[in-house]
Every structure is written in structure tokens, then in C-alpha cells.
Design a protein around this ligand. Structure first.
Ligand code: ADP
Ligand code: ZN
Length: 724
């Protein structure tokens, strides 16, 4: 931002507190730049804020308080201000909440003194004193830790001069804090793999300067990752930063290794598994240019890049890009917005694009590049349905004789089989055989799922767990509770019984304490340390298991139930993705889908592999119904502890819909939300459907403006809801 505010000049500060306006303060001693991160007084507290612009001056100057201090961080760039403003306007989110997304760095308020850290040194102490001894004892005791000056002095109970004395003698080492440690440079000119003609064409199409979004479509194993790594190389050569967004963060280790192989060093990482110290470093280095490439989860979009030139959204169709609580945004769409504001390129990579991106490419808004064949001799797996109506299966068994036979063949040949079931835990339902009672969560509209490995029942909505009871909570009958239906843990049991000598591994996030454990496990599997792998959605994404030649889908019909209009799209994507796991190397793969409705159009489309036909049919259906991406939708979710007032508010909103009708929008509902109760709160949803091209956000804002939320009622707006 241009300009500078002299000491005492009025500035408007946007804070992270939920206030609906920018507050006036006086610029501090030494003045400040627009965009500066500052600490300001608010009532009795000190809060974080950003200098948003000049003050309004509608307050008695004498009473205006001063900015306490300017924080040691580069001012927010104008492009970021614009991004937060536009993203907030799109999602109807207050700016303060947007600012919270952009200030998720633990070290933001650190004073410069924290730039140094202290560790045990190798020098001799010439004169030992009790105080010096205390300092050395602390360093001895916490050998692996590093301290700031203040922390070390406090821990030892001495003054900081004692520490400094030891530093002078070399007995304590003073180092730059890792937050100021740039990442090892990446070299885009290291020799990459020799690309195929198809891949080379894609690389050329992605390269270049200025904003553009390209849909990079290609079957699993066609080399999309190789191709977009070259787009990263192109961006780095231009001296700009690149961001690669991945959907499932437990899976990045394989990707980090590939980055290192291509560029000679590891990128910066940003996701929930990154330590606080490392986050300080990433945030700062991204801002100062000491990080060329960030690999991260959706929140990495809100980092303060100095010069972002490329955003890759891998598996762009993945639903986990949509943040479903707090600020409800879709990282894919926000990536396109952010890139358009900083003249960056966007690559949306997928084997099975979202209908939205497919339609944008059809309409010419996005460029489209396609990789049509798998790399090398790898061919797409053959896909077949197993008609479960004609399979002979005893009760409480889910592996059909046909699937069992194919697994047996793979074991004989030393190849791997993947058994896919998108259900965590042991059994989705626990039923009392005496009274018919099904154990449900007390706070949610959900049944409790037995997790035998954890020895607990778990609610998959709120995460609450409790011990597995021996008596029915309803009729108190002893030992009559029975697990109903399969989860991955139960499949593990069944397959171990069918193949007692096989190495059976269940891959589900709750079986591993840490993502590191999970990574280690995945590596073991890739090296051939398992014969049968049983997995949830977790395995559908991006792994490379070269020995895997068979995929068996236990319940291909699972995603087709329910009323969600996106169900077909989701099932199609998931099944194609899972099947793509088979036969990536030189061995041909086979994908078998157990289904009770092999003639269902979606199952047929998956088997035929005629994607264009599937998209066209889906698109036609949505277009006719005026649904996204051919029309606009928004959800309004109301919630509260009592169901009555929530519905009353919903009905009142539905009646007073003049603001919506003016722009040709229609409101549906109120109806119970897709999950009608979570954590004791009842949820009701109104859906708003509008023609494309109307100012939907303005209409929505006007519609809900009169709402006064009484008591514990809450209202949340969801633009472009995932399910409708
Ligand atoms: P996708 O991202 O489309 O699933 P990948 O980029 O992961 O595909 O490629 C699949 C496999 O083929 C990887 O092991 C990759 O290293 C390899 N591969 C792809 N293209 C080439 C190439 N041009 N030269 C060598 N190996 C390649
Ligand atoms: Zn619950």
C-alpha cells in the first residue's frame, strides 16, 4: 500500500475481534505503514490488528488511543488486503474473521529479541557461580530444546545478564531462531525426467506469465504430478513462489520426496501437523521470500506470499477443499481468486474433475490440457462388476467368492490386492438383539460406530467416544449387543480368516497415533510388506503401490444412497480414483465392484469408462434443474439447542423473502440440515437457488439483515454448498 502514517496521525485498524467496523487509533511513535501488523488496546485487552487505511476521525481526537506497537513482520500486501476483502464479500464473512485466517502464525507478535535462541555451547566457564550453574543445568536437562533469552533466564531463575555472560565465554551458544532460517534453495534446472510428447505438450501449455487457470486432466498414473512439477520449475525460474495444495495431508511424504528428487531440496510444509516453531518459520519465510515452494492444506492459501506466481490444486475435485465450519470457503475457488489478483497461474489437476471445473473448461473460462494415457506400459485397469444378487454369501460376510478367488490368485503371484470400503471402524451399527435398540450419539443425529481397535464406540459427527457396553443401554439385557454391517476393521477380520497366511493391513486414520506412523506404514506397503490392504477413502488418493494389481470395492452402491444430487458425481469420482490404484507399474490391473444394481446408470458409466458421456449427462441434468454450475445456490444453516425456535426462525425467513424474489431467487425449506443435530445443536437449513449472474450475495445480505439472533441461536451462510 502507498503512503505512510506519521506519529499521532489517525489510522483505521482492522482487528481479529468480531466487531463490525475498523477502529480509529493514533499511529505510534515512529509512525507506521499501511498494512502494518500492530498491537492495539481494546478495552482492557491488547489485540492483534492490521492498519487498514486512514482513520475516520469521527471520534474526539483526545480520546483516541494509540497503537501500542508495530509488530516485527512485513506489512500486509495490498494484494492480500484485496484477497481478504473479495473472499469475505463472496462468502459473506466479516473481515475480522477473514483476518483471523490470515494471521494464523503463532510468532506474529514476537519481539525482535526472539530472533535469537540459546543452546548448550562447547566453551569452558572460567568462573562458575550458582547462577551460571542453574543456566547450564537447564540446558543440560532440556538438551533437545532451544530457548529464547527470556525463556532460558526465567527457567533458570536468573537475570538475562547471566546468560549473556555465558554466551561471551562460549559456554552457551547464541543462534538465529529457526524462524529466520530460509529454506534450502530449490534448483529448477536440475535435470528432470524425460517427458513424453503428451506430457511435454502439457508443460508448454501450463508455462507462462500472468493469470490463467488450466484444468490438467489425466488418468491416474498419466504423469500429472510430473507435469505440474515442471510448471513449478517454470515459476521458480521466473523468481516467483509456488504453492501446491494437497487434499490429504497424511499423504505428503511421498510427494515431498518427489519434490526433493526434482529440485534438490524439500519445500516448506503448512498443515495441522506442522510444529509451532516451524509455522513461525514458514510464515516469515513465505513473507520474506526464503521459501520458494509451499506444500500445504487449504489454509496455506492465506499465507503472506511475497510474490506468488503459481497455485497447483491437486485432486481439485476433492471435497475436503471445502471448509465446512467457521468461514465456509472452497479452497479451489479461492485459489482462482487469489491467483487472479496477483497475476499467478492456477493448475487444477484431477483424473476426475469436479463438474464445476469441467463446465468452466467447456465454457472457455479455464484452459484445458489432457494426458490421455498412463505413463510407460501401464494400462488402465479392466473394470468389472460383481453382481451380488448371484453370489453365494453367508450372513455377516462381505467378500464374494469371485473376489476371494481373484485375491487368492494375486497372493500366489506375489502381488497386492486392495479391498476398499469407505467406512471407518468395525461396524456402523450396534444393535440389541433383545429389544432392537440401536446405540446412538446423545448429542448428534448419528449412530455410534464400534471401533474395536480402540475398544470404544465413536460418533463420527462430534468425535465423542465411550466404552463398548456389555449390557443394552435400553433394556439392560446382557451380552445381546451385536455389530451390524461392515467397517474396515471388520473386513480385516474377515480377510484374515479367509487368508490366514496372508499379511493383511488395515489402513485407516484412527489406527495410527500420528501421521508419521501412518506414513511409515504406507511406505512399508509400497515396498511390498503386505498382501492385502484394506482401506477407506484415505487410500483412494495419490499413493503409488507398484505391486498392487487388484482393487475390490466391497460396496459400490454405498455412495448412491441418499438424496444428494452430487451423489452420482462423487461415486463416479471415487470409484475411478480407487480403481486407478491398480496396475500403475508394468503389471495390468483389475478393478472389481461388488454391486446389487449393476444396471444403475452411474455404475454403467464407471464400467464403460466413458467419461465425456457421463459428464454431459450430469451437466444436462443439472442445467435443466438450474443447479450449479448452471445456477447459483446458497445454504443458510440455523442452529440452536431447542428445535422449535430454530424452525420458527427458519419459517420467518422463508416467509420474508422479498429481497430474494427481487433478483429471481427462490428459497426452499426450512428442512432439517443434512446432519440434523451435531453436538446437541439442532440444525435446520434453507436453500436458496438463483439464476446465474444475479448479485446473490447482496440479496442474501439484505434478506438476513433484519434477523436478530436471540439466545443461543446461530446463523451460518454457505455459498455453493457441497450437498443440495
Ligand atoms: P499422476 O499424478 O497423473 O497420477 P504421476 O506423475 O504420479 O501421475 O506418474 C505416475 C508414475 O509414472 C510415477 O511413478 C512417475 O514418476 C512416473 N512417470 C510419469 N511420467 C514419467 C516420465 N516422463 N519419465 C519417468 N517416469 C515417469
Ligand atoms: Zn455425536
Amino acid at each position: 500500500m502507498d503512503g505512510f502514517f506519521q506519529e499521532g496521525e489517525l489510522v483505521g485498524v482492522l482487528t481479529t475481534q468480531p466487531l463490525d467496523r475498523v477502529l480509529d487509533y493514533k499511529a505510534p511513535e515512529g509512525g507506521c505503514f499501511p498494512g502494518a501488523f500492530v498491537e492495539v488496546p481494546l478495552g482492557p485487552r491488547k489485540v492483534l490488528g492490521v492498519v487498514w487505511g486512514p482513520g475516520r476521525g469521527d471520534w474526539d481526537y483526545a480520546k483516541v488511543r494509540s497503537v501500542i506497537r508495530v509488530l516485527d513482520a512485513a506489512p500486509m500486501r495490498e494484494e492480500m488486503v484485496e484477497f481478504l476483502t473479495r473472499a469475505g464479500a463472496y462468502t459473506l464473512t466479516p473481515l475480522s474473521a477473514m483476518l483471523r485466517l490470515a494471521t494464523r502464525s503463532p510468532g506474529l507478535g514476537d519481539p525482535p529479541a526472539m530472533r535469537k535462541i540459546y543452546r548448550m555451547g562447547s566453551g569452558e566457564v572460567d568462573r562458575m557461580t550458582p547462577a551460571r550453574e542453574k543456566v547450564l543445568a537447564v540446558l543440560e536437562e532440556f538438551g533437545g530444546l532451544s530457548f529464547t533469552l527470556k525463556e532460558l533466564a526465567e527457567q533458570a531463575g536468573v537475570g538475562s545478564s547471566v546468560v549473556k555472560g555465558l554466551v561471551a565465554q562460549g559456554a552457551v551458544r547464541e543462534e538465529d531462531s529457526p524462524r529466520d532460517l530460509p529454506f534450502a534453495p530449490l534448483d529448477p534446472d536440475l535435470p528432470g525426467k524425460a517427458l513424453t510428447d503428451d506430457q511435454q505438450r502439457a508443460v508448454v501449455a501450463l508455462a507462462g506469465e500472468g493469470y490463467a487457470t488450466t484444468l490438467l486432466k489425466g488418468v491416474t498414473g498419466s504423469g500429472k504430478t510430473e507435469v505440474y512439477l515442471e510448471a513449478v520449475a517454470d515459476c521458480l525460474r521466473r523468481g516467483r513462489q509456488a504453492l501446491v495444495l494437497l487434499p490429504e495431508i497424511a499423504l505428503t511424504s511421498e510427494f515431498l520426496t518427489r519434490v526433493e528428487a526434482r529440485f534438490g531440496a524439500k519445500p516448506a510444509e503448512w498443515h495441522s501437523g506442522v510444529t509451532m516453531t516451524e509455522r513461525r518459520r514458514v510464515w516469515r519465510m513465505v513473507s520474506e521470500g526464503g521459501a520458494q515452494l509451499v506444500v500445504g492444506a487449504r489454509s496455506a492459501l492465506f499465507l503472506p506470499y511475497r510474490d506468488l506466481g503459481l497455485i497447483v490444486v491437486d485432486e481439485e475435485h476433492d471435497t475436503s477443499y471445502k471448509q465446512e465450519d467457521g468461514v465456509m470457503y472452497n479452497a479451489r475457488d479461492m485459489a482462482v481468486l487469489r491467483a487472479s489478483l496477483c497475476s499467478a497461474r492456477v493448475v487444477l489437476a484431477s483424473a476426475t474433475p469436479s463438474l464445476e471445473s469441467w463446465a468452466n473448461a467447456e465454457a472457455g473460462k479455464y484452459k484445458r490440457v489432457e494426458l490421455t494415457s498412463r505413463f510407460g506400459d501401464a494400462v488402465l485397469p479392466e473394470m468389472r462388476a460383481i453382481d451380488m444378487r448371484s453370489e453365494d454369501l453367508p450372513g455377516a460376510r462381505w467378500v464374494s467368492p469371485t473376489l476371494q478367488g481373484e485375491i487368492a490368485k494375486r497372493i500366489e503371484r506375489g502381488e497386492q490386492s486392495l479391498v476398499f470400503l469407505n467406512r471407518r471402524g468395525y461396524a456402523p451399527v450396534t444393535l440389541c438383539r433383545a429389544c432392537g435398540f440401536q446405540i446412538a450419539c446423545e448429542h448428534c443425529d448419528a449412530r455410534l460406530v464400534e471401533h474395536r481397535f480402540l475398544k470404544r464406540l465413536m460418533c463420527h459427527q462430534c468425535g465423542e467416544t465411550k466404552p463398548i457396553p456389555t449390557a443394552c443401554p435400553n433394556c439392560e439385557a446382557e451380552d445381546r449387543l451385536a455389530p451390524i454391517g461392515p467397517g474396515v476393521e471388520r473386513m480385516g477380520e474377515e480377510l484374515s480368516e479367509l487368508f490366514p497366511d496372508a499379511r493383511v493391513v488395515v489402513l485407516s486414520s484412527d489406527l495410527y497415533g500420528t501421521s508419521r506412523e501412518l506414513k511409515a506404514h504406507i511406505e512399508t506397503i509400497a515396498e511390498g510388506g503386505a498382501d492385502i490392504i484394506i482401506g477407506t477413502q484415505l487410500v483412494a488418493k495419490g499413493h503409488n503401490f507398484p505391486l498392487l494389481t487388484l482393487v475390490g470395492v466391497i460396496d459400490a452402491d454405498l455412495g448412491l444412497q441418499g438424496s444428494d444430487l452430487r451423489a452420482a458425481e462423487r461415486t463416479f469420482q471415487l470409484m475411478r480414483q480407487v480403481a486407478g490404484r491398480a496396475g500403475r507399474a508394468e503389471k495390468p490391473g483389475l478393478a472389481l465392484m461388488q454391486t446389487f444394481q449393476p444396471e444403475h446408470p452411474v455404475i454403467r458409466a464407471i464400467l464403460d469408462g466413458d467419461e465425456e458421456a457421463f459428464w454431459k449427462a450430469e451437466a444436462a441434468e443439472r442445467e435443466q434443474a438450474g443447479m450449479p454450475p448452471y445456477g447459483r445456490m446458497a445454504g443458510v444453516v440455523l442452529s440452536g439447542p431447542e428445535v422449535g425456535p430454530v424452525f420458527d426462525l427458519g419459517n420467518a425467513l422463508a416467509r420474508n423473502d422479498a429481497a430474494l424474489r427481487r433478483v429471481g431467487a427462490q428459497v426452499y425449506g426450512p428442512a432439517p440440515a443434512p446432519i440434523a443435530r451435531i453436538r446437541g445443536r439442532h440444525r435446520v437449513r434453507l436453500l436458496v437457488k438463483a439464476p446465474k449472474g444475479v448479485a446473490l450475495q447482496n440479496a442474501l445480505a439484505e434478506w438476513i439483515r433484519p434477523v436478530r439472533l436471540k439466545g443461543d441461536l446461530r446463523l451460518q451462510i454457505d455459498i455453493d454448498p457441497q450437498s443440495f
